[in-house]
Design a protein around this ligand. Structure first.
Ligand code: AP5
Length: 196
């Protein structure tokens, strides 16, 4: 049976970067809530129009809309042999919903890899990306707002997953390849524990 990995971390911590590498190395489907929202917004779907202002402000999209968008991709990814979730779950409510979906599918999360990076470095990375790529939520004020929401709404998930015995913390404040080596080690340990 395939692996089920969750990438947890603040905005700019490297979730997208590392999730893509995990997906490639362990042949998993990369499911990124932020990327999916950006595709909906780009394509002008009804869901994309509903979330556009929320995402631009750096607010969290309401849980019901997040689940409406992600349910199908998660089901398909599980059927394809396993997934790495990036950007979801982001609230305790979403974590409980993710658990219910996984239960429905007969799978469990094997490891939650949490990337630790200090705020100053997060702001530096996201401002640099804002200059290069022009993502509308990469302005200093919006970045700081996203970081506050991470502390309030997402940080409690560290304790939630620690209690469930699946949390692996990784120092994300290092060159990308070094972070990847630690991330892969955490995923490999989970795979070995599972007997894959
Ligand atoms: P989302 O796209 O998930 O944004 P985010 O969490 O703010 O994450 P980022 O994409 O900014 O950063 P990342 O951690 O993926 O890092 P990355 O690898 O890109 O969500 C966007 C919005 O959608 C949210 O604000 C919200 O509105 C909504 N949303 C999404 N999911 C939701 C949910 N579940 N519930 C409610 N709302 C939701 O790297 C960042 C930069 O740093 C890049 O330029 C990269 O090249 C660089 N970098 C990466 N690693 C390193 C390194 N080790 N050293 C130096 N630079 C690095």
């Amino acid at each position: 049976m395939g692996l089920h990995v969750i990438l947890l971390g603040a905005p700019g911590s490297g979730k997208g970067t590392q999730a893509a590498r995990i997906a490639d190395r362990f042949e998993l489907v990369h499911v990124s809530s932020g990327d999916l929202f950006r595709v909906h917004m780009r394509d002008g779907t009804e869901l994309g129009r509903r979330v556009r202002d929320i995402v631009a402000r750096g607010d969290l999209v309401p849980d019901d809309i997040v689940l409406e968008m992600l349910h199908q991709p998660v089901v398909e990814a599980a059927a394809a042999g396993g997934y790495v979730l990036d950007g979801f779950p982001r609230t305790l409510e979403q974590a409980r919903a993710a658990y219910e979906i996984a239960k429905e599918l007969g799978v469990v999360v094997d490891v939650v890899v949490a990337l630790d990076v200090p705020d100053d470095e997060l702001v530096r990375r996201l401002l640099a990306r804002g200059h290069e790529e022009g993502r509308p939520d990469d302005t200093e004020e919006t970045i700081r707002h996203r970081l506050r929401l991470f502390d309030e709404c997402t940080r409690p998930l560290l304790e939630y997953y620690r209690e469930r015995g699946v949390l692996a913390r990784v120092d994300g404040n290092r060159p990308v390849d070094e972070v990847t080596a630690s991330v892969f080690a955490a995923v490999e340990a989970a795979a070995a524990a599972k007997g894959d």
